[in-house]
Write a protein that binds this ligand. Structure first.
Ligand SMILES: [Zn+2]
Ligand SMILES: [Zn+2]
Length: 415
């Protein structure tokens, strides 16, 4: 149900992003960069698709604990149960989110939401695919307290959907609202890497939690927010975005000489590294201003990526719609194909020649699949579409040498 609601909400997300994009252009404030926005939406889509499988486990544990160990039985028809559950969820979200910034292994999951160096509604959709690993632990108190699973699911959706509108630079300050609720102004601070803004304003719906626990920082007119992370991703690749920090932690743990350090890497505050590892593999220091990641990309190839991205999102929506009636192996196969497509489009948007070859292979496999599923008019049209796309890719890919200097290589890069 969770993923279906997000799918239904997608047209509204897209409409609001288009309106914000138009306003930003008119005002020359918070203008969209296409590759950044596409990467954010790609990460949101991937997170939703992963949720189809992962939520079975994370929500399943909630239901198990609720059934086996709840200390009370709360009435699902009582309004105060819903209101109380929303406040309780928001309180637990505050701590989950705060620890997501203060503990490395949790940051490795949450970092995805912060990797955009822009700040607009697309940033809201930039969600991690690995929060399912540990996030569920933080909400078990609600299961123990007897909050019915359906109530938990709905309030968690409300908390997530509320946060969509606060990711914008088009709404400045809202006065007293900014001091009670999470808002565009105080959430801009949350996404900023400036010294005075770092690790502040964790609240999901209520910013009162931050004022209560000493993490509140109002936005200052004299300190413009600089968005991103202090260890920049410098990639449009959605899979690498999800793995980037885990890989960095793993490498540090492997290279650390002392065993306590190997474990401490995962629970230390982000930025902490074992002294011997930091000495052997120094990282570039953080300083402002940040140079935004923007590898050169031929216009035709950028348009090609956008067109393919729209097609893949269509397949992703189809996956969400048919997944309940697919067998598990078919669902995993379909998911893998969509995830691989998003990965290839990300690599292509970085202007990497190796990904042109991968994309050609992807088109060939797609045409072969349509051919096998045919013969119908739709299959014939799909094969013809793949051929047309292959021609477009070939022509667009020819301009690629200008992008040979693209920086920020990732281990998932194919060329
Ligand atoms: Zn955060
Ligand atoms: Zn945010």
């Amino acid at each position: 149900m969770y993923e279906k609601v997000l799918l239904w909400a997608t047209p509204a997300f897209i409409a609001l992003m288009l309106i914000e994009c138009a306003i930003a252009r008119l005002r020359h404030v918070g203008e969209y960069r296409l590759a950044d926005a596409v990467t954010s939406v790609s990460l949101g889509a991937l997170s939703t698709y992963v949720g189809v499988f992962a939520r079975l486990v994370s929500f399943g544990v909630y239901v198990l604990v609720y059934r086996a160990a709840r200390l009370a039985t709360l009435d699902v028809d009582a309004w105060w149960v819903w209101a109380g559950a929303l406040v309780a969820y928001d309180f637990l979200y505050y701590w989950y989110h705060r620890l997501g910034h203060e503990v490395n292994v949790l940051w490795a999951a949450h970092v995805v939401h912060h990797q955009s160096e822009d700040y607009n509604l697309s940033t809201a959709l930039r969600q991690t695919s690995s929060s399912y690993l540990l996030g569920w632990i933080f909400y078990l108190p609600m299961a123990l307290a007897g909050v019915p699973p359906q109530v938990f699911l709905v309030v968690s959706l409300i908390d997530l959907l509320y946060q969509f509108w606060i990711h914008t630079e088009q709404i400045r300050s809202l006065g007293v609202f900014d001091r009670i609720f999470a808002s565009p102004s105080n959430h801009r601070v949350h996404h900023a890497v400036n010294d005075i803004y770092l690790d502040r304003n964790y609240g999901g719906i209520l910013i009162l939690w931050d004022r209560l626990f000493g993490t509140f920082q109002p936005e200052r007119a004299d300190v413009p927010c600089v968005y991103g992370t202090r260890d920049p991703l410098r990639s449009w690749n959605p899979l690498w975005a999800n793995l980037h920090t885990y890989v960095a932690l793993w490498r540090d743990a492997v290279h650390a000489q002392a065993w306590p350090d190997k474990l401490r890497v995962f629970i230390a505050r982000p930025g902490w590294r074992p002294a011997d590892v930091a000495a052997r593999f120094p990282k570039a220091g953080f300083h402002l201003p940040l140079e935004k990641y923007a590898p050169p990309l031929p216009r035709a190839l950028g348009l090609y990526c956008l067109a393919q991205f729209v097609v893949v999102l269509g397949f992703g929506s189809h996956f969400l719609a048919v997944e309940p009636v697919l067998g598990r192996p078919a669902a995993i196969g379909y998911f893998s194909a969509v995830a691989a497509s998003l990965w290839i489009i990300g690599g292509l948007a970085e202007g990497r020649t190796g990904f042109v070859r991968l994309e050609a292979l992807r088109l060939a496999l797609l045409a072969a699949l349509a051919f096998v599923l045919g013969p119908t008019a739709a299959a014939a049209a799909a094969v013809a579409g793949c051929l047309a796309m292959a021609v477009w890719l070939t022509l667009a890919g020819r301009a690629l040498p200008v992008a040979a200097g693209a920086s920020g290589r990732s281990p998932l890069a194919a060329g």
